[in-house]
Design a protein around this ligand. Structure first.
Ligand SMILES: Nc1ncnc2c1ncn2[C@@H]1O[C@H](COP(=O)(O)OP(=O)(O)OP(=O)(O)O)[C@@H](O)[C@H]1O
Length: 398
C-alpha cells in the first residue's frame, strides 16, 4: 500500500492574547507582549496514512484534531515539520471554510471546484449531480450567507464528493446535516471506501469511528497518545474520559459541605467466574452464567447505596444493566470493606468479547464510583449467528 499522507514532526503554536483590564493596559502601555502567551496546539506529530484506509481522529475538545486536519488539508501552515500529500485532496472542514458568503450557491460550486482542481467544463459536467445530491436546488441562486448551516454543509459535501478526490478530509460538520442527509453522506463515504479512496475523519461520534474506520488516532493536548485499531483507541479514550470524570467527581466531593457530603467509596476488587469455575477472563459456553464479585472500601458508613452492574461491547456500547435496587435488594449499606455478588444466569449473548461495568450510587442516583472496564469475558459461539444477542434459529425452505 502506498503512503498518501505523510506527516513528520509537525508542530503548531498559536499566540493567545489575554484580555487586560484598563489599569493593566495603562501600566503595560507599549509592553503588550507581556499579555501574549504561546500555546502549542500540536507538538511533534508524525504519522503516515496508507491509501485506501479510513482513519478517525478522536480526542477531547481542544486536543488539536481540527488543527491537524487543517494542516493536512494545507489550510494552516506548520511552525515546524512537514506534510506531504499524494493525490487530489478534497476537504470538508469547519463551517465557513471554502465558501464565499456573498456569492450564490451556484457561484460557490464553481469557485470551490476550481480550488479543488476542476476546470469549468469539468464542473459543468458534474453541476447537476452536485446540486441534486445537495438537495437544495431551490436555493442554488441564493447567496450562501443566507443558508442554514445544514444547507451549507449539504452543498459543501456535494462538491467535495463530486470532484473525484483521492483523499477526503471530513471535520465534524456532517453532524449538522439532518438525519436523511447524514445517512446519504455515510453511504457515500462507504462507496468511497469501496473505491479504495482514503478518508480522514474528525469526529466525536465514537460509534461512527468504530463503524467506519480501520484505524483511530487519539490526540490529547496536541500529542498522539494512541494510534491503533478503533476498538483499542476507543477503549483508551473512554478510559481517559472516565478518569477525567472521576477527578471531577472527586473535586466536587471535596467542595461539598460536610452535611451534604457523600462518603468516599471505591471498588477495590472485582472478580469474574463462570458457572464452570473459570476465573480471570473467563470464556463462557453459550447460555452459561457468570458470577461477578465486587469489593467496596469506604471511609464512611454509607447507607442506602445502589450497586449497579452492566455489560458492554468492546467498543463501550452498553447492552445490559441492572442494579441491586432493580433486583429487589434495598437498604444496602457499605462500611469499611463490603463484598457483594451478582449472578447473571444463562447469558444469551452472541459470540465475542464483552466487558463488565460496575457502579455505586446513592439512593438518589448520585454517582459515588464507577469502573467502566471492571473485567472482561468472552462467549464461545457456535458460528451460527452474528451480533450481540443469541437467538436459536432454524431455516426452512417452504
Ligand atoms: N486560530 C487559532 N488561534 C488561537 N488558538 C487556536 C486557533 N485555532 C485553534 N486554536 C486552539 O488550539 C487548540 C486545538 O484546537 P482544535 O480546534 O484543533 O481542537 P479540536 O481537538 O478540534 O477540538 P474540538 O473537539 O473542540 O473541535 C484549542 O485550544 C484552540 O483554542
Amino acid at each position: 500500500m502506498t503512503t498518501v499522507v505523510q506527516v513528520e514532526n509537525l508542530s503548531k503554536h498559536f499566540v493567545i492574547r489575554k484580555e487586560k483590564s484598563l489599569k493593566e493596559r495603562v501600566v503595560n502601555f507599549g509592553r503588550s507582549r507581556a499579555h501574549r502567551e504561546d500555546f502549542w496546539a500540536l507538538q511533534d506529530i508524525s504519522l503516515e496514512i496508507a491509501s485506501g484506509t479510513t482513519v478517525g481522529l478522536i480526542g477531547p475538545n481542544g486536543s488539536g484534531k481540527s488543527t491537524l486536519l487543517k494542516m493536512i488539508g494545507g489550510i494552516l501552515q506548520p511552525d515546524t515539520g512537514s506534510v506531504k500529500i499524494r493525490g487530489r485532496l478534497a476537504a470538508l472542514l469547519e463551517l465557513g471554510a471554502g465558501f464565499h458568503p456573498d456569492l450564490t450557491g451556484r457561484e460557490n460550486v464553481y469557485l470551490n471546484a476550481s480550488i479543488l482542481g476542476l476546470s469549468r467544463t469539468q464542473t459543468d459536467k458534474h453541476f447537476d449531480a452536485i446540486v441534486n445530491f445537495s438537495g437544495i436546488e431551490q436555493f442554488i441562486d441564493t447567496q450562501v450567507k443566507f443558508y442554514s448551516s445544514g444547507m451549507y454543509v449539504r452543498l459543501a459535501f456535494a462538491v467535495a464528493v463530486h470532484v473525484d478526490p483521492d483523499i477526503l478530509l471530513v471535520d465534524e460538520v456532517l453532524a449538522v446535516g439532518d438525519e436523511p442527509f447524514q445517512r446519504k453522506c455515510l453511504e457515500r463515504i462507504r462507496e468511497f471506501q469501496s473505491e479504495g479512496r482514503t478518508i480522514v475523519l474528525v469526529t466525536h461520534g465514537l460509534d461512527q469511528v468504530a463503524e467506519f474506520c480501520d484505524r483511530a488516532i487519539v490526540l490529547e493536548k496536541g500529542r498522539i497518545v494512541t494510534d491503533d485499531l478503533p476498538r483499542v483507541a476507543l477503549r483508551s479514550l473512554r478510559a481517559d474520559f472516565e478518569e477525567a470524570r472521576q477527578e471531577e467527581r472527586d473535586r466536587a466531593h471535596e467542595a461539598e459541605s460536610s452535611e451534604t457530603r457523600v462518603g468516599r467509596a471505591r471498588f477495590t476488587g472485582i472478580a469474574l467466574q463462570s458457572d464452570s469455575g473459570q476465573s480471570g477472563r473467563p470464556v463462557l459456553a453459550r447460555s452459561e452464567g457468570l458470577y461477578v464479585t465486587m469489593q467496596i472500601e469506604t471511609d464512611a458508613h454509607l447507607s442506602d447505596v445502589i450497586v449497579e452492574i452492566g455489560i458492554a461491547t468492546p467498543l463501550g456500547t452498553s447492552i445490559y444493566s441492572t442494579s441491586s435496587m432493580l433486583l429487589g435488594a434495598t437498604g444496602i449499606t457499605v462500611d469499611g470493606v463490603s463484598r457483594f455478588q451478582v449472578h447473571l444466569d444463562s447469558l444469551q449473548l452472541g459470540e465475542g468479547e464483552y466487558s463488565v461495568q460496575v457502579g455505586l450510587t446513592t439512593a438518589s442516583g448520585q454517582e459515588i464510583h464507577r469502573v467502566p472496564e471492571a473485567g472482561q469475558f468472552s462467549i464461545d459461539g457456535d458460528g451460527r449467528s452474528l451480533g450481540v444477542v443469541h437467538v436459536d434459529a432454524q431455516f426452512a425452505v417452504l
